[in-house]
Design a protein around this ligand. Structure first.
Ligand code: IFM
Length: 459
């Protein structure tokens, strides 16, 4: 499968149209100081109105699949209760447009836009939110399952839990480690309940998945080995173990008992999280470097956070814990300041395959932001993005050659879009978007990707 990916809040706009309710990201972006350039997703790429042209663009690129997310507040505006059929119809039209062009839809149910009324009741710290998610999953499974072969429950629950409830650089902007750990569990539980609801509402051939942003974690020195184990638990195993094996990592539960008593994990929950999936989505951008939280490292930290647009170059607390810090890394970097190291993707895929050999994988996101703008000739010459994509595709190929079952690759992103706390200041697209008038222009990387797809691989 060769695809590109986007997410509802990042591209759709039309936040108050056809009965859509408010989400936590509408609230968050309208609070002063939350988004570095003061922008919001109110209009974004106007994909809600331009979807037909965007699908035509995808066809021009030869994509065989398109990964998008469904906005829960469009479908169930209050988060529970009445279904908004006008909202569902938008996704139905999008899916039909894709199928008309032989592009396989891959839909994600939750890419961070929680209906605001659910947040008002505690959001992901409230167990009830998991039950509401399962109801929403069933609505979508029934409405679209006949035409969408694979439905993903969550995109990067790590971000929802830790950036949303620990560092607070994402909506809802809470800064409390104990809340972030409760959020993790309720997201895992919602995945299990949602996966079950999808099975019940999709045709028997329907495939269910979850997408995790798994990390390759390294220590600054040998003395940081325990911090590496700890962060691996917090970034990876706290999701993969319950979801793929039905239990939480005991070492991590013990590490964090001073932060939470874990009483929100009820008997039988971990088994519920372990609902069978057909494929695991992996999002990957850059490796992670950590150090133990020594007094020296604490003194160097400047109070900023992982993925904080204001972040300085020093250590930042690893979200969810007070035992480890995320450390600055050597370049080369993308415009996000993320280290470029394609070989680490091979390392990650081999590790996931070794730990969970039975689950097929797909790369549901990989890509890079660079400060590219059209040149005098009107073309965006993004050679750095092509290098990044070539390196990472080659890394995926290496993993496949070593026996890893990778079913697809989705470039992030189809087009420049609203990059969360970074607003429109970072461009990840292979298609350039002029935010003043919405014009889409293929970057050089889009033409390059089209050739890769046509050849079914790198030359
Ligand atoms: O834009 C995001 C996306 O929404 C989730 N994964 C990472 C991307 C780049 O930061």
């Amino acid at each position: 499968m060769w695809g590109t990916a986007t997410a509802a809040y990042q591209v759709e706009g039309a936040v108050a149209e056809d009965g859509r309710g408010p989400s936590i990201w509408d609230t968050f972006t309208h609070e002063p100081g939350r988004v570095i350039d003061g922008t919001t997703g109110d209009v974004a790429c106007d994909h809600y109105h331009r979807y037909a042209d965007d699908v035509a663009l995808m066809a021009e690129l030869g994509l065989t699949s398109y990964r998008f997310s469904i906005a829960w507040p469009r479908v169930v505006p209050a988060g529970s209760g009445a279904v908004n059929h006008a909202g569902l119809d938008f996704y139905s039209r999008l899916v039909d447009a894709l199928l008309d062009r032989d592009i396989e839809p891959l839909a994600t149910l939750y890419h961070w836009d929680l209906p605001q009324p659910l947040q008002d009741a505690g959001g992901w710290t409230n167990r009830e939110t998991a039950l509401r998610f399962a109801e929403y999953a069933e609505v979508v499974g029934r409405a679209l399952g006949d035409r969408v072969p694979t439905i993903t429950t969550f995109n990067e629950p790590w971000c929802s839990a830790f950036l949303g409830y620990s560092s607070g650089v994402h909506a809802p902007g809470v800064t409390d480690n104990a809340s972030s750990l409760a959020a993790v569990h309720h997201l895992n539980l919602a995945h299990g309940l949602g996966a079950r609801a999808l099975r019940a509402s999709m045709p028997a051939s329907g495939r269910v998945s979850i997408t995790l942003n798994l990390a390759v974690v390294r220590g600054v020195s040998e003395g940081d080995a325990d911090a590496v184990r700890h962060v691996d638990g917090l970034a990876n195993r706290i999701f993969t173990e319950p979801v793929l094996r039905g239990h939480y990592p005991q070492d991590l539960l013990a590490d964090l008992r001073h932060i939470t008593d874990w009483s929100f994990i009820h008997d039988g929950d971990a088994a519920t999280c372990n609902a069978p999936i057909d494929v695991l989505g992996v999002n990957y951008y850059s490796p992670t470097l950590v150090a133990a939280a020594t007094p020296e490292i604490r003194a160097q930290a400047d109070g900023r956070w992982v993925n904080d647009p204001m972040s300085a170059d020093g250590p930042t607390p690893f979200p969810g814990t007070d035992l480890a810090y995320s450390m600055p890394q050597a370049g080369p970097y993308t415009a996000m300041g993320w280290r470029i190291e394609p070989g680490s993707l091979t390392e990650l895929l081999l590790r996931v395959h070794a730990d969970y050999p039975d689950v097929p994988l797909m790369i549901t996101e990989n890509g890079a932001a660079f400060a590219d703008e059209p040149g005098a000739d009107g073309v965006v010459h993004d050679a750095d993005r092509i290098d990044y994509l070539r390196g990472h595709l080659s890394a995926v190929h290496d993993a496949i050659a070593k026996g890893v079952d990778v079913r697809g690759y989705y470039c992030w992103s189809l087009m420049d879009n609203f990059e969360w706390a970074w607003g429109f200041s970072k461009r990840f697209g292979i298609v350039h978007v002029d935010y003043a008038d919405g014009t889409r222009t293929l970057k050089h990387s889009a033409r390059w990707y089209r050739d890769v797809i046509a050849a079914n691989g790198l030359d």
